[in-house]
Design a protein around this ligand. Structure first.
Ligand SMILES: Cc1ncc(C[n+]2csc(CCOP(=O)(O)OP(=O)(O)O)c2C)c(N)n1
Ligand SMILES: [Mg+2]
Length: 319
């Protein structure tokens, strides 16, 4: 793919995430969206970069903080917003909300509110792909809080011993709710520990979507070359509160100065600036306007859609 096209795609993904979440923030106080929100704002480079490096047939899994990967993998907003507004046209018929996004046709297998739970599912999916020799890659996104759970280490170990095509994407914002990693991790560096496994390890502090894309390509390349999983640690700053749509720099566990430092390398703005190399300001604005209209149209349709009927409570339930 040409550099110009690649960078436009990366910007479209990053801008879509930022724009969709801005729309959520603008209407969340109306209480029409009766779902807890864990926002991806600030982490756009990871979702955009990794998902751009994957092919349409590749699969992803995520956490309750998965707006970014949903939008980056699908570029779809109708079923996304319908789910936020709890409507029957949503990805889970309005019964799941923000924390249970899925889009199987686009490769998004599942997301989950319970920390760490999608990691073993990803390993299982990778095992199935290996058995079927279909060449699919599975990428599983999880936070730095998930490695505080035994299931992460069991899953990593299984994937390494079974040489599975799985990309572990460690979204490192240094926080689990309000608790910093130093107070949770009884070791110096997760990277150094994971390096002891039969696993390719990559790590970066970049907020540049293109740099993330290149690193993800390397990680996937190494996975195929060495026939073993890859672990990709990517740092980012969570701009908003753990859950909800507000800033929280007055709550005592972090300060605005830190945010301002990260904000200087804002992923969406970085990517926008880069586009100036190939596109005029008018062309960039036109790209943005198309996405604005997409988001506004999806919200309107979500608002007008019906809620699921009470009977739907008994559908799609495994019991
Ligand atoms: C098994 C489990 N334990 C505890 C919780 C409560 N909880 C919700 S989010 C969270 C922090 C997770 O932090 P991290 O994995 O770093 O993700 P981030 O919110 O930073 O994206 C915790 C402990 C949970 N949902 N599931
Ligand atoms: Mg975290």
């Amino acid at each position: 793919m040409k550099e110009k096209e690649l960078n436009r795609y990366l910007y479209q993904k990053a801008y879509l995430i930022r724009r969709a979440e801005a729309a959520i923030r603008a209407d969340y106080a109306s209480d029409k969206m009766k779902t807890p929100m864990h926002m991806s704002t600030g982490g756009e480079a990871i979702a955009a970069g990794v998902c751009q490096a994957l092919r349409p047939q590749d699969q992803i899994l995520g956490t309750y903080r998965s707006h970014g990967i949903y939008l980056a993998k699908t570029s779809e907003t109708d079923a996304f917003f319908a789910e936020m507004y709890g409507k029957a046209t949503g990805v889970a018929k309005g019964k799941g909300g923000s924390m249970h996004l899925t889009a199987v046709d686009h490769g998004l297998i599942c997301t989950s509110a319970i920390v760490g739970t999608t990691i073993p599912v990803a390993v299982g999916a990778a095992y199935a792909n290996k058995m079927q020799k279909n060449g699919k890659v599975v990428a599983v996104f999880f936070g730095d809080g998930a490695v505080d759970e035994g299931v992460f280490w069991e899953s990593l170990n299984s994937a390494c011993v079974m040489k599975l095509p799985v990309l572990f994407v460690y979204e490192d914002n240094g926080l689990a709710v309000h608790v910093p990693a130093e107070q949770r991790h009884g070791y110096k560096s997760i990277i150094e520990i994971v390096r002891q496994f039969n696993c390719n390890v990559f790590s970066s502090e970049t907020t540049d979507p293109e740099a993330v894309y290149n690193l993800a390509l390397q990680a996937i390349g190494a996975m195929n070359k060495y026939q073993q999983p890859s672990f990709l640690r990517l740092a980012y700053y969570r701009y908003l509160e753990h859950v909800g749509t507000n800033e929280d720099f007055n709550s005592g566990y972090r300060d605005r100065a830190e945010f301002e430092r990260w904000r200087k390398a804002d992923p969406v703005e970085l990517q926008r600036k880069k586009l100036g190399k190939w596109f005029s300001e008018g062309e960039i604005t036109a790209i943005e306007r198309t996405i604005d209209e997409q988001v506004e149209g999806s919200i309107k349709r979500a608002d007008e859609a019906q809620f699921s009927q009470p009977q739907a409570l008994y559908e799609d339930v495994l019991a």
